[in-house]
Ligand binder design. Sequence first.
Ligand SMILES: C[S@@+](CC[C@H](N)C(=O)[O-])C[C@H]1O[C@@H](n2cnc3c(N)ncnc32)[C@H](O)[C@@H]1O
Length: 267
Amino acid sequence: MSVDDTDVETRIADAWDRISSAYQDRYEISPEHFHYGPMCPDESELGLIGDVTGLRVLDLGCGGGQNTIWLAERGAEQALGLDPSASQIGFARKLAESRKARAQFAIGDSRACRDMPGQFDLAVSIYALMYAADLRAALTDIHLALAQGGRLVLALDHPWRIAGAWKGGQLIVGDYFAEGWDSWDYDFPEQEVSCRLHRVKRPLDAILTDFLAAGFRLDGMLEPRPPARDDMFARRSKHGENSPLNVYSRDKLERVPSTLILWGSKA
Ligand SMILES: C[S@@+](CC[C@H](N)C(=O)[O-])C[C@H]1O[C@@H](n2cnc3c(N)ncnc32)[C@H](O)[C@@H]1O
């Protein structure tokens, strides 16, 4: 399917509005941990963020706000979650309220950063910017919102994993270098909800080029192996935990990385 760039970001936000409640119900993501993605070790194991006491932190594409709340509860002076989906932000606000967490939330995407130049010490964006039509523009917006020396931690679908399709336990990659929109149906049969989602596929060198072109110094990169215990993404597949169709099963992600994590700073 070809995707018209002009309104695709609106359609992606609408899609997240539609599935937000079912997504949050299925995965029950906990604000007790800072997570980096499906079947990925969390901050207690990776230690990429470190002490956030007194920091002003932006969480771009915050979804249900669990990571934003974690940052607020760990002493961030400001923890702002931004997301283009009103339903995701509504969920995040309720969750923060129920925990009396001092996290703030607003509906928006990276363009909102342009009104907040130099205002953050740390930006995180976890599994969100593969939905941005222009990754370099989004990273440039984040760079603008950071103070000098500010850091970014970015997690994305691993480009190798989303370049392929699983067949009989093997990942078949047709064309790793093909760049463009990848569309699929994300469905939640347990609540009879589904949507059409679109993300951009890019090879690793294109992602790194955008990261550097946005002005960041690259401080590190990780392709995490699965954590010791299966998470909710592996356990709550709509196909069943042990189904060969479960794309987040341990046997697959021990061979093909689930997530790409890059971190860097504003020199
Ligand atoms: C898989 S969820 C991840 C949410 C959260 N970061 C987490 O790790 O739980 C993806 C989120 O990205 C948001 N999103 C979609 N398009 C975006 C964009 N262009 N910029 C930032 N976030 C976007 C969606 O609304 C959705 O809430």
